[in-house]
Design a binder for this molecule. Structure first.
Ligand code: NDP
Length: 320
């Protein structure tokens, strides 16, 4: 495994990490969840990603029980949560001081840990002043309940504002952002955030490196029955995938197939390796509904050296 610094912080995060969205407490049973975590940890993965919104909190409960049972030394892994979607009452959503603090306490209980290594604002909240959220995060950091805080899918302007507030009031600024980044979704990480890496040393923990599975190639001829899109509540993703047939995204995936074949690697490993190739990426969060997928994707580390300038140009042309 390769380890990268989380932005300019001193924290070492495995270049490949593992997340539980859709899967834990929902699509897969607890045995598969545990087997995936063990396979990841054994391969050197040290970061496990979660959120209060995943399976209505069940994902954190499942991960917490697994962590407790496995008994890994606390210093050998990082665990995260994200705050935003905590319930259907007014103060169970968003980034108010009340919800940020209460969601942290609830996540600590479900995950059965004393502190969160990483804690993300899962989305920007237009109804809460950024200063209120930065102050709440600062409180949690001062209390030792959160080590590093960050954002997810905030605009560059919103991240800049959080830094400005932190600088003005001597509060803890965000360390990292969790954006989507993959061969079909590049703009934010490559262009919008470009100045944030140099100005603030922003770290990135990127999500959906395979565009929820689209970049594996398994949707090239229709939707397979064992896909995540058939999980209850995922109808919106099914619609998005159906759209991918007509909006050209599947043509791009098909154009990547011969490149992977020429390199003698699988399409999923190529897609993940392409994300790793970007030095602005601190960690690529993998998702998997079975251990075999995870093991295949972990091989991406071996594919990175094969991504020469010539291959990168072919990839750019395929997805242009
Ligand atoms: P991916 O884009 O890598 O999609 C993972 C899914 O693709 C798997 O669960 C599986 O789905 C399919 N797949 C993966 N590898 C293979 C393979 N080798 N062969 C065939 N199918 C494969 O990542 P996710 O969308 O799961 O995102 C990763 C993590 O990022 C999440 O767990 C979460 O922690 C985080 N995330 C954060 C978000 C945010 O807003 N901050 C949003 C979304 C995710 P299937 O069961 O269909 O086979």
């Amino acid at each position: 495994m390769e380890y990268r610094r989380l932005g300019k912080s001193g924290l070492q995060v495995s270049a490949l990490s593992f997340g539980s969205w859709v899967t834990f407490g929902n699509q897969v049973d607890d045995t598969i969840a545990r087997e995936c975590m063990v396979a990841a940890y054994d391969a050197g993965v040290n970061f496990f990603d979660n959120a209060e919104g995943y399976a209505g909190g069940k994902s954190e409960t499942v991960m917490g029980a697994i962590l407790k049972k496995l008994g890994w030394r606390r210093s050998t892994f990082l665990v995260s949560s994200k705050v935003f979607w905590g319930g259907d009452k007014p103060n169970e959503v968003g980034l108010s001081r009340k919800h940020v603090i209460e969601a942290c306490h609830a996540a600590l209980k479900r995950l059965q840990v004393d502190y969160l290594d990483l804690y993300f604002c899962h989305r920007p909240d237009p109804d809460t002043p950024i200063e209120e959220t930065v102050r709440a995060m600062h409180t949690l950091v001062e209390q030792g309940k959160v080590l590093y805080w960050g954002t997810s899918e905030w605009s560059a302007g919103q991240i800049r504002e959080a830094h400005a507030v932190a600088r003005e009031w001597r509060l803890t600024p965000p360390t990292m952002e969790q954006p989507q980044y993959n061969l079909l979704c590049r703009d934010r990480v490559e262009r919008e955030y470009a100045s944030l890496y140099t100005d603030f040393g922003l770290g990135t923990t990127i999500w959906s490196p395979l565009a929820s599975g689209l970049l594996t190639g398994k949707y090239n001829n229709g939707i397979p029955s064992d896909s995540r899109v058939n999980t209850p509540g995922m109808g919106w993703l099914k619609e998005m995938f159906q759209q991918a047939q007509s909006d050209g995204r599947l043509d791009k995936v098909r154009a990547l197939v011969p490149i992977a074949a020429d390199l003698g690697v699988s399409l999923p490993a190529l897609g993940v390796a392409w994300c790793l190739k970007n030095p602005r990426v601190s960690t690529v969060i993998l998702g998997a509904s079975r251990v075999s997928q995870l093991k295949e994707n972990l091989r991406a580390l071996e594919v990175v050296p094969k991504l020469t300038d010539e291959i990168m140009a072919r990839i750019d042309a395929a997805v242009a």
